[in-house]
Design a protein. Structure first.
Length: 113
């Protein structure tokens, strides 16, 4: 087997690996999705989470126009209740405004600003 035979055998492999890498870069850049919308464009917000036992939580999550109440454990996630999200009404599940940081609170309490 000569060097030319080895190159002829490896050339298709290199071309196929290059094409697969190009497809991967294309999908990462443009976020191709079969639903027609860009991948990752689904709005998901964790509105609240409460620990009920060690490693067991109840979480309220907003996904697009639905509110999901989930039971979350170390090994599973269980849908407990599904509610419709109504934007026009005052919703008790809206996220809490971001709180001031520790340094801001310290400055405020020390009378600095």
């Amino acid at each position: 087997m000569s060097f030319l035979d080895i190159v002829k055998a490896l050339l298709p492999l290199v071309v196929i690996v290059g094409l697969l890498y190009g497809v991967l870069l294309f999908i990462k850049k443009y976020g191709v999705s079969f639903k027609g919308n860009k991948a990752g464009s689904v709005s998901i917000n964790v509105l609240s989470s409460q620990m009920i036992m060690p490693k067991r939580f109840i979480s309220v999550v907003r996904v697009e126009d639905k509110i999901l109440v989930l039971g979350v454990s170390e090994n599973s996630i269980t849908l407990l209740k599904e509610l419709e999200y109504e934007d026009d009404l005052e919703n008790p599940y809206t996220p809490v405004e971001s709180k001031n940081g520790f340094v801001d609170l310290l400055k405020k309490n020390l009378g600095l600003r």
